[in-house]
Design a protein around this ligand. Sequence first.
Ligand code: AMP
Length: 426
Amino acid sequence: MSQFVKPCVALYDCVPVEGNHPAYILYTSGTTGQPKGVVRPTGGHLVALNWTMKNIFNVDPGEVFWAASDVGWVVGHSYIAYAPLIHGNTSVVFEGKPVGTPDAGTFWRVIEDHQVRSFFTAPTAFRAIKREDPKGEFVKKYDLSCLRVLYLAGERADPDTIHWAQDQLKVPVVDHWWQTETGWPITAIPMGLERMPVKIGSSGVPMPGYDVQILDEAGHPLGPDTLGAVAVKLPLPPGTLPTLWNAEDRFRKSYLEHFPGYYETGDAGYMDEDGYLYIMARTDDVINVAGHRLSTGGMEEVLSNHPDVAECAVIGVADALKGNLPLGFICLTKGVNRPHEEITRECVAMIRDQIGPVAAFKLACVVDRLPKTRSGKILRATMVKIANGEDFKMPATIDDPAILDEIADALKDLGYPVTQQGMTIG
Ligand code: AMP
């Protein structure tokens, strides 16, 4: 146990409950509209979480584990609270941000002070740090030899961010993929069970109990390296959602009806020959450009490789001719002061070279910030609605609504939304 933590004395006796008793109800981050109340069954949740601590996160009882998340989100529930406690780990509870509280070295300071063995956070935190401290000056100030692995989840970890994290921290970086609905990783690299090779860009292989399949629109399984809907063959393993709170019909409609016999994750991706999964976008964010289905995540991956780009988002805007056209928003690394047109021109050329003219990527703009949920997910669906001039509901979980106005201004400069006559609205 860390020197900072004293054991506490339980004030109440334990209350026995049935395995299916709801431990909690947690609302999803709601990037696509109305949040859903996910019910968590107690017994399965504890069994699954306990298994993950050694087999995925590779910590033994007594070691220090840190999930730098908000305790109100699923990562916080599962990996700040319940999993470390049931497995006998010390859990770091941290209030602050990766930058500005007080600087971009906060994470490294906490890791050194508490001798953290395994560290889990979201790629957005790393992008924020990399933007402030691209050369890793703050990393060098701390002794991080205690750290064994960095775990990233919550959104797509672009290869550029992973490379930066690996170079700076000198530990393996494990991207793993899961959802509020599942409560624990669907795919990962089981570092405590078998050190399978990490493939950068992939969120790992399915964990026990998850039969992950890639399906076409009609629900037929697709072969390797083909983009499709990511689904999990029923039944789901212990700990995953049995229903939505007071909304059994919505549960069935949202997850079980589209692909009978499967749980629909809402994510799009592909699997390689070795069974490694690559999550590329939400299915809603796959765009159709003149009949070609393209993932916005693939385009974001290319843009993130530009040396001046700290973070980015690509959305598909409606186009009378091609169906959708991709449009990129780019945030620049601190200290970059080259003309924006020069940078966006280079970005357009990179996508043309690496994905091809078929992407028809010609629209890009520089913005200061991207609109996100409080858990750090980019609100692409809302940005699409603004670009298309459609009505939208303010997402309940938005971090800073003012950023949507900044996005609307940037879109206006690009001529969006477009009216029937080709004029900008508003
Ligand atoms: P939430 O339920 O709020 O945790 O959001 C879950 C969603 O976040 C998933 O369905 C994915 O769209 C996204 N997500 C989580 N982890 C990853 C990951 N490692 N790679 C790509 N997307 C991810």
